[in-house]
Design a protein around this ligand. Structure first.
Ligand code: ACO
Length: 329
């Protein structure tokens, strides 16, 4: 392995949260024309968690950070920057990161939300590495949190079977021996109209769009893009860093669809058993899906200190962000 990323970053604490309410495939059978077998065979999803009417993205962020505090005895007073990746904030402003600063009474820090859909959590980790490398910041709280259920059209069977809610949080601190080893980004904005959530405009690059503010996806087009581009990105980041597929302890792709993950594994030579996913339990939770997969594997003891893992976010934009790192907890 020949790491290519300049890094002074390592993860020093981790937390996660999912709402209590469960939406199973048989619940969806009563809502739209679908069935458990189709959903499992096409997506690998069994159930998802749904935020209550009173629970919003900020609440999920707070709960994930409280979990981080209790699991790692983490101190937040000296956090000097907060990055929250989300596409479903309670409000556009104040940002979710500013809400987290206030909730935990962090004295003085920067607070920025970033929006890179399902690539958001990994993109935020890449940005955190840059901020730490600059020498200006020393301790950054990075959160991926979504309440996708609040932006899901539960009459559209092609999307409502996919999405769920959840959040994950990590502390990334300055360390001379950086544990972020390699990085990869790619954007295919020309195809952005295949997956969107509208806001103020009724078109994307000349393509008229639905303006309900619900998530709209051309599943076939996004699927084709994912199974074509993600294997190329995986091969590229591994090759750049002199890492062979079998040397990875864990591949942690965005949990969009198990068929996409299997196809990427087949094309890249990564054994499926070496992947960590969260879609079976939680559905597609966009910016939260990678930390939720880590949470499941930390809880059952699969992840060990020093493991080499490749996090790979991909989705709306269409965006990709990947990070090769050594697990330091
Ligand atoms: N239940 C039963 N049948 C269904 C359902 C359903 N819930 N949804 C669609 N169908 C039908 C379709 O109508 C179609 O029927 P037809 O052939 O008679 O027209 C048939 O099943 C096949 O439909 P496809 O859309 O081709 O189904 P596909 O196998 O592509 O699966 C899915 C759909 C699961 C959405 C898949 O396309 C997918 O996972 N796409 C990529 C998702 C992704 O990676 N997104 C990126 C990240 S998400 C983000 O960024 C927010």
């Amino acid at each position: 392995m020949q790491p290519t990323l300049l890094s002074h970053a390592k993860i020093t604490a981790f937390g996660a949260y999912v709402p209590e309410q469960v939406l199973r495939n048989d619940d969806l059978e009563r809502m739209v024309d679908t069935n458990h077998e189709w959903i499992v065979q096409r997506t690998g999803i069994y159930e998802r968690r749904i935020a209550s009417d009173e629970q919003f993205c900020s609440d999920l962020c707070f709960a994930a950070v409280r979990d981080l505090q209790s699991r790692y005895d983490a101190v937040l007073d000296d956090v000097d920057f907060i990055l929250v990746a989300t596409t479903t904030p309670d409000t556009y402003f104040p940002s979710m990161s500013a809400r987290v600063q206030a909730e935990f009474g962090i004295a003085s820090c920067g607070a920025v939300d970033i929006q890179a859909a399902c690539a958001g959590f990994v993109a935020a980790l890449q940005l955190a590495n840059g901020l730490l490398l600059s020498g200006v910041h020393r301790k950054i709280l990075v959160i991926g949190a979504e309440t996708l259920s609040k932006a899901t059209d539960y009459t559209d069977r092609s999307t409502c079977i996919l999405f769920g809610d959840g959040a994950g949080a990590v502390l990334v601190e300055r360390s001379e021996e950086g544990a972020f080893l390699g990085s990869y980004v790619r954007t295919t904005g020309e195809e952005g109209h295949h997956l969107y959530r509208s806001s103020l405009s009724s078109s994307i690059g000349g393509h008229p769009i639905d303006t309900t503010g619900k998530i709209v996806q051309n599943g076939r087009e996004v699927y084709k893009w994912a199974v074509t581009q993600v294997p190329k990105g995986v091969a590229s980041i591994l090759e750049q860093n002199g890492c062979r597929a079998h040397e990875l302890d864990w591949f942690v792709p965005h949990s969009a669809n198990m068929r996409i993950v299997e196809s990427v594994c087949e094309k890249t030579g990564i054994p499926v058993e070496r992947t960590l996913t969260s879609m079976a339990q939680y559905g597609n939770t966009s910016a939260a899906s990678i930390p939720l997969a880590l949470d499941l594997a930390l809880k059952d003891g699969r992840i060990k200190t020093g493991d080499i893992m490749l996090l790979y976010g991909f989705g709306g934009g269409l965006t990709e962000a990947a990070l090769l790192l050594r697990w330091t907890l």
